[in-house]
Design a protein around this ligand. Structure first.
Ligand SMILES: Nc1ncnc2c1ncn2[C@@H]1O[C@H](COP(=O)(O)OP(=O)(O)OP(=O)(O)O)[C@@H](O)[C@H]1O
Length: 467
C-alpha cells in the first residue's frame, strides 16, 4: 500500500465525513507514526474532544483494517509536531511553541512579551489599517446553525486572546459575516483593555502599505508596527495569492506574533489549502489554530437576521414580510440587508407601513432581476454541470440514482427559486406529472435534513444560482 498509515486513514475520512467537519477537525491533526504508534497531535483541546467523541472509533477501525502487525496504538493529544529548525535567511530559527489548550490557559491575560509591553504605550501607527467597526458586535450577530461554530470560536478567542485558538481562521462565501465576527473579537479585546493594540487590516491594504514602505525605505517601521500588536485581524487573505513578497513579509509578521502569543485572526473566501498561489508554509501555519467555516444561513436564520436588523432601527417588520424577503434573497446576508434597507427607506419616504404588497412593490426591480436570472433552464444547466451529467439526462426517463437525485434537486430548486407552478415544472422536466415534482420537493426537503452531502450540494447550488 502507498503512503503513510495516516494518509490512508485521511483519504477514507475525507470521503466519509462532511467537508466542513473534515476541514475543521481532521485536517488540523498532525501525525507522528512509527511501527507501534500513530500519534495524532491536535492544535487544541476543542479539537481533541471533538475527534474523540465523533471519529476516534472510526479511526481505530481504519487503523485495524489497514492490517499492520503489530496493531499500532492510536494516541490523540494536544500538541504540535516539532519542526526542524532552519537557518537559511527568511525562515524560522526555532520551532514554534505548541499551540496551547484553552483549558490550560483560561483566565490568563495578554501582554507577556516585554518588548510588546513597551510598545503598547505607543499610538497605533496609521500604517496599521482601519479602525474597528463598533457596529460589529457579538450582541448583534444572529446565531444560526450556519455560523454557530465560528461564533463560538470567536467568543473563545475574544475571551482568551492569543491563547485559545491562534490563529483563528474563518472562511466562507462573501457577505456571510466573517468580517463582522472578526471585528466583534477586536471590540471585546478593546473593551476589556482600552490600551490593547488591535489592528484590522484588509489584506489588499497590507500589500499596498508594504509596497509603499519598500518604496519609501520605511519597511523597518512597517515591521515594528505590526509586531507590536496584541491582535492582528487580516481580512480576505485570498488577496495574498500570487503576491510573493507580501507573503514573505506576512510570514515573518505571523511568526513574530505567533511566538509572542499575540492573537491572529484571518478570514478568507475559501479553505486555506484551496487558495492557489499561497505558499505552503503559510497554508500550514494557518491551520495551527482553529479553522472554521461560515455557511450561507438557512431560511430561519435569514428571517432572524432581518427581524434583528429591523428591531435595531425601530422598524416594524411583519413576520410574513421577513419570510418573503428571506425566501427571495438567498445569496448572502449583505444582499439581505440591502433589500431590507430598500423596503425601510421606501416606507419612511412614503410614510406607508410595511406590508406584503408594499415590500413586493419596493423590491420589484430586484426580484425581476433575480427572476430573469433564475429560469428553470438555467437551473437545469447549473445542476447538470454541478453533478457532471448532461441536461438531456436530467430530462430523460432514466431512473438510476446518479441521475434521479440530481433531477429531484433541480426540481426542488425550480420550485424554490422560480414562480412556476408544479405542472409547469413537470413539463419542463421532460413532461412529468406535477405529483412527481411534489414528491421530488418532499424527498429533497427530507434529505437536506438527514443527508449532509445533499444539504451541501443544495446550498452550493442555491449560492451559485442566486449569487
Ligand atoms: N449572523 C449575522 N447576524 C447579523 N448580521 C450579519 C450576520 N452575518 C452577516 N451579517 C451582516 O452582513 C453584512 C456582511 O457581513 P460581513 O461584511 O461580515 O461579510 P464577510 O463574510 O466578511 O464578506 P466578504 O467576504 O465580502 O468580506 C454585515 O453588515 C454584517 O453585519
Amino acid at each position: 500500500m502507498q503512503g503513510s498509515l495516516w494518509r490512508r486513514c485521511l483519504d477514507r475520512l475525507e470521503a466519509e465525513l462532511p467537508e466542513q467537519h473534515f476541514n475543521t477537525w481532521i485536517r488540523p491533526l498532525q501525525a507522528e507514526e512509527d511501527a507501534h504508534t500513530l500519534r495524532l497531535l491536535a492544535p487544541n483541546r476543542f479539537v481533541v474532544d471533538w475527534v474523540r467523541d465523533n471519529v476516534a472509533a472510526r479511526i481505530s477501525e481504519l487503523v485495524e483494517a489497514d492490517g499492520a502487525t503489530p496493531l499500532p496504538r492510536v494516541i490523540l493529544e494536544v500538541g504540535s509536531r516539532t519542526l526542524p529548525a532552519r537557518t537559511a535567511s527568511g525562515s524560522i530559527t526555532s520551532p514554534p511553541p505548541a499551540p496551547r489548550s484553552p483549558v490550560v490557559t483560561l483566565g490568563q491575560t495578554t501582554g507577556s512579551s516585554s518588548g510588546r509591553l513597551q510598545g503598547r504605550d505607543l499610538p497605533i501607527p496609521a500604517v496599521l489599517g482601519s479602525r474597528l467597526n463598533p457596529d460589529f458586535t457579538f450582541d448583534n450577530f444572529v446565531e444560526g446553525k450556519s455560523n454557530q461554530l465560528g461564533r463560538a470560536a470567536a467568543i473563545q478567542v475574544a475571551e482568551n486572546p492569543g491563547r485559545a485558538y491562534n490563529p483563528l481562521f474563518i472562511y466562507g462565501g462573501v457577505g456571510l459575516g466573517k468580517t463582522h465576527l472578526m471585528h466583534a473579537v477586536g471590540n471585546v479585546i478593546r473593551a476589556r483593555d482600552e490600551r490593547a493594540r488591535v489592528a484590522y487590516v484588509h489584506s489588499e491594504r497590507f500589500v499596498g502599505d508594504m509596497v509603499k514602505a519598500l518604496q519609501h525605505n520605511t519597511i523597518n517601521d512597517f515591521k515594528t508596527a505590526y509586531r507590536s500588536l496584541d491582535a492582528l485581524l487580516i481580512d480576505d487573505i485570498q488577496f495574498f495569492a500570487g503576491k510573493d513578497r507580501s507573503q514573505e513579509e506576512f510570514f515573518h509578521t505571523f511568526n513574530a506574533l505567533f511566538e509572542g502569543q499575540q492573537q491572529i485572526i484571518l478570514t478568507c473566501d475559501r479553505y486555506p489549502k484551496e487558495v492557489d498561489g499561497l505558499e505552503e508554509r503559510l497554508k500550514s501555519r494557518f491551520g495551527w489554530g482553529l479553522t472554521v467555516a461560515i455557511e450561507p444561513p438557512e431560511l430561519e436564520t435569514c428571517v432572524a437576521i432581518l427581524m434583528s436588523k429591523a428591531a435595531a432601527t425601530l422598524v416594524d417588520l411583519p413576520d410574513e414580510v421577513a419570510f418573503f424577503i428571506a425566501k427571495r434573497i438567498r445569496s448572502n446576508v449583505r444582499e439581505l440587508e440591502g433589500a431590507l434597507r430598500r423596503v425601510v427607506a421606501n416606507s419612511q419616504f412614503t410614510g406607508r407601513p410595511i406590508t406584503m404588497e408594499f415590500a413586493k412593490d419596493a423590491l420589484r426591480d430586484l426580484l425581476a432581476l433575480q427572476d430573469r436570472l433564475v429560469t428553470i433552464e438555467n437551473i437545469q444547466k447549473t445542476v447538470a454541470e454541478y453533478y457532471k451529467i448532461r441536461v438531456a439526462e436530467l430530462l430523460s426517463k432514466r431512473r438510476s440514482r446518479s441521475i434521479a437525485r440530481p433531477r429531484q434537486v433541480a426540481m426542488a430548486l425550480s420550485k424554490e427559486l422560480t414562480s412556476h407552478s408544479l405542472p409547469e415544472i413537470g413539463d419542463a422536466f421532460g413532461g412529468r406529472d406535477h405529483t412527481t415534482v411534489m414528491h421530488a420537493c418532499k424527498v429533497i426537503k427530507e434529505q437536506r435534513e438527514s443527508n449532509t452531502r445533499i444539504r451541501e450540494d443544495y446550498s452550493n447550488l442555491l449560492r451559485t444560482l442566486t449569487g
